[in-house]
Every structure is written in structure tokens, then in C-alpha cells.
Design a protein around this ligand. Structure first.
Ligand code: I3P
Length: 127
């Protein structure tokens, strides 16, 4: 049987390296500070890790390094954000608590995959 046959460990849906900046905290605007972040979609959460160097999608496991922060996707809003950055391939994620993040990749296919995957989780949570 699979290691998670009891269903107690949230399923790892996606992991990868994206550029990230937080632009609002509780509705209050923050100054942008773009940096690379190891982003992991697990269960209902998007989890951010500071040091992506030692991480690869196949080696990452929940619990083997300390997250920098995490975002509850329940009730979150996801939108492309062409007007919010000079960079290409940027989307904005807004949580119910009014935290806002921009996520970006130079690779078109990668940002599209992330957008679609996060969107699917958000939609799944409202049903
Ligand atoms: C910001 C920095 C960001 C840029 C932002 C600048 O300047 O250059 O990369 O966002 O633009 O204000 P600073 O380093 O002095 O804080 P983008 O790369 O997303 O365009 P903005 O103020 O128009 O958002």
C-alpha cells in the first residue's frame, strides 16, 4: 500500500521555484521585494520556503524543512496581474485575510501550470 494509505498526510500536488513578492499584509500595502522562493502546493495550502538550493520536486517531503510562510487557499482569489508589474507572467494571489502575493516565472508554461493548479484547488474548496 502507499505510504499515505491512511490519508493523514496531505497530498503534495506541486512544487517548484517561482519569483515571489508580498505586496500587502492584512490589506496594507507593502513595498515589493522580489526573491526566488521554493513554492509547494500541499493540501489546501501554498507553502513558501526560503532556501530552494537543496530542494528538488522529487526530494521534497512535507516536514523536512521549515517553511518561511504559508497561505490558506480557502476563499483566496487568483488573478493575472499584467498591470501590477513590469515583469511578464505575473499573477496575484489574495487571501481572505487580505495578504497579497505576486508570483512570477520567466517560463510561460510553468506559470500557466501553477495558475491552473492553484485555481483548481481554490475552486475545489468552494464546492
Ligand atoms: C521596485 C523594484 C521592483 C519593481 C517595483 C519598484 O523598486 O524595482 O522590482 O517591481 O515597481 O518600485 P525598489 O527596488 O526601489 O523598491 P516590478 O519588478 O514588479 O515591476 P513598482 O513600484 O512599479 O511596483
Amino acid at each position: 500500500s502507499s505510504p499515505d494509505s491512511d490519508g493523514c498526510t496531505p497530498e503534495l500536488e506541486k512544487a517548484g521555484l517561482l519569483n515571489k513578492t508580498k505586496i500587502a499584509e492584512g490589506g496594507r500595502k507593502l513595498r515589493k521585494n522580489w526573491s526566488p522562493s521554493w513554492v509547494v502546493l500541499v493540501g489546501n495550502s501554498l507553502v513558501f520556503f526560503k532556501d530552494p538550493k537543496s530542494q528538488t520536486p522529487s526530494s521534497w517531503k512535507p516536514g523536512n524543512s521549515r517553511p518561511e510562510s504559508s497561505v490558506d487557499l480557502r476563499g483566496a482569489q487568483l488573478n493575472w496581474a499584467k498591470d501590477l508589474s513590469s515583469k511578464k507572467n505575473v499573477f496575484k494571489l489574495r487571501t481572505v485575510t487580505g495578504n497579497e502575493f505576486l508570483l512570477q516565472s520567466e517560463i510561460d508554461s510553468m506559470i500557466r501550470e501553477w495558475y491552473n493548479t492553484i485555481k483548481n484547488v481554490i475552486d475545489r474548496l468552494v464546492r
